[in-house]
Design a protein around this ligand. Structure first.
Ligand code: NAP
Length: 237
């Protein structure tokens, strides 16, 4: 009996990536990529208890050599480029290290991980890459020179890649969430009005579930009624 298709999920140790890994586990073997070994082990244990398979891959995505070592030989049917970091501050307060780290994780890692896994998909004549961008990929906010720039770049990367590889049977999609209740926000922040990580995971699963001849390229996901849920009405995002 053929095994389940393999789904590589980056940033799977917590937040949206963890929810995506759990959502895809009933139908996919999961390769869970992040730095935090303990959290990845706990994810793998949860997926195993549910009857699935999950292999942790402990990688700092800012290091191309580590990406290459960890994913060498992996034949992926699905790749979810989800890992991301945010530093919000005025442009002049960024140190070069902070700037480069955000660009490395949010953008350059997409190049390195995709470059590693895409050839196998093209050889197989099938595959699906889903990149997690953000509504910040088409809008801006003060303090966002770094984060907003990387998410705009993710959109450009994703659309160009989609146009390049669809004739090889490989689909490429992008999901643009609004605010999602994760560690992206300060401890103590009111997250009651936000999307849940599981909501984004459901959208990713839906995108993967389209018929072979159809490609859902871009989906924006927002909380359906943030004012209803937030005390006094939060600014919707
Ligand atoms: N939360 C939101 O409101 C929101 C909205 C729109 C888009 N997004 C996007 O959604 C994605 C996931 O965000 P989230 O909210 O789930 O954030 P999160 O809870 O902070 O999780 C971020 C994930 O990225 C991983 N990661 C960070 N740096 C890494 C590195 N150097 N190497 C490997 N893994 C790394 C983390 O794992 P380790 O720390 O274990 O390495 C963690 O698993 C990001 O791309 C983000 O831009 C989030």
């Amino acid at each position: 009996m053929p095994g389940r298709p393999v789904a590589v999920v980056t940033g799977a140790s917590r937040g949206i990536g963890r929810a995506i890994a759990i959502r895809l586990a009933p139908t996919h073997e999961i390769v869970a990529v992040a730095r935090d070994a303990a959290r990845l082990d706990s994810l793998a244990a949860e997926i195993t208890a549910l009857g699935g398979t999950c292999r942790p891959a402990i990688v700092d995505l800012a290091r191309p050599d580590a990406i290459h070592r960890a994913l060498d030989g992996v034949e992926a049917d699905v790749l979810v480029n989800n890992a991301g970091v945010i530093t919000k501050k005025p442009m002049l307060e960024f140190t070069p290290d902070e700037w480069h780290r955000m660009v490395d994780v949010n953008l350059n890692a997409l190049f390195h991980v995709t470059r590693q896994l895409l050839p196998g998909m093209i050889r197989a004549g099938r595959g699906h890459i889903v990149n997690i961008a953000s509504i910040a990929g088409r809008s801006a906010f003060p303090g966002g020179t770094g984060y907003v720039a990387t998410k705009h770049a993710v959109l450009g990367f994703t659309e160009s890649l989609m146009l390049e590889v669809r004739q090889h049977g490989v689909k490429v999609s992008v999901v643009m969430p609004g605010s999602v209740a994760t560690g992206f926000f300060e401890p103590g922040a009111d997250m009651s009005w936000m999307l849940r990580p599981e909501d984004v995971a459901d959208v990713v699963a839906g995108i993967l579930d389209t018929p072979q001849w159809a490609l859902t390229y871009q989906v924006e996901v927002r909380a359906s009624n943030p004012r209803k849920q937030g005390p006094g009405g939060q600014a919707p995002a």
